[in-house]
Design a protein around this ligand. Structure first.
Ligand code: SF4
Ligand code: SF4
Ligand code: FES
Length: 234
């Protein structure tokens, strides 16, 4: 099948404004969006710029907007689009474009860092590992699957209007450790997420859930953090 890819191109060092460029490519229904981008770059236009690494939905580097919806280019097959042959590919919204589909993820990782995205437990380590009840582990299981692709934060209207907002990915990671029964930095994290640029900027619009490639219920995690923040009154 022949598909047409309309890609938003922009090189801030040369262009005064972004423009769409259309490429026509022979592909299979089972081809992924990333396969088509690779074909364009390798066979038609080496200047096309995008991020990718694992090509298997693990590294989280190739989140883009595909026909209006954020997702991983390596996870979406052409046949998932109901026979469509025209595709529009754009960079994640809200982030500054470095070139073409590559955006500056600095705000994303700055917010992520603020919630201390690592296990904290000041008690002396036991002789073996810190054990956890399987039921307790189950409660955070979904949240551990995040690959930091940024699709959720890039889809969040609250983040579009205020980039100081921590955003869904950072809040999800806060949830992952706050609800980890072995972690002891709950109060510190709740103070960070319970401020003016945290939890309460989420208006439960569900855009984040709709585009997460790992199908994580991010909105539920944020809601549970809100309940805990109210209960603990930090
Ligand atoms: S549910 Fe909250 S975090 Fe998710 S997109 Fe909506 S406002 Fe953003
Ligand atoms: S929560 Fe989902 S969409 Fe957001 S960064 Fe993690 S994997 Fe990506
Ligand atoms: S290239 Fe790694 S997730 Fe798509």
């Amino acid at each position: 099948m022949e598909v047409s890819f309309e890609i938003l191109r922009f090189d801030p060092s040369r262009d005064s404004s972004p423009r769409y460029q259309t490429y026509r490519v022979e592909a299979e229904p089972n081809s992924r969006i990333l396969d088509v981008l690779n074909t364009i770059k390798w066979e038609q236009d080496g200047t096309l710029t995008y991020r990718r690494s694992c090509a298997h939905g693990v590294c989280g580097s190739d989140a883009v907007v595909i026909n209006g919806k954020n997702g991983l280019a390596c996870q979406q097959l052409l046949k998932n689009y109901g026979g469509r042959t025209r595709f529009r590919i754009e960079p994640l919204p809200a982030f500054r474009v470095i070139k073409d589909l590559v955006v500056d993820m600095e705000p994303f990782f700055r917010h992520y860092e603020r919630i201390k995205p690592y296990f904290v437990n000041e008690k002396p380590p036991p002789e073996t590992e810190r054990l956890q009840d399987p039921v307790d582990r189950e409660a955070i299981d979904d949240a551990t699957k995040c690959i930091l692709c940024g699709a959720c934060t890039g889809s969040c209207p609250s983040f579009w209007s205020n980039q100081q907002y921590l955003g869904p990915a950072a809040l999800l990671k806060a949830f992952r450790f706050v609800f980890d029964t072995r972690d002891t930095a709950t109060d510190e994290r709740l103070k960070v997420v319970n401020d003016q640029d945290g939890l309460w900027r989420c208006h439960t619009i569900f855009n984040c859930n709709a585009c997460c490639p790992k199908e994580i219920d991010i909105t539920d995690a944020i809601s549970r953090l809100k309940v805990l923040a109210v209960q603990t009154r930090l």
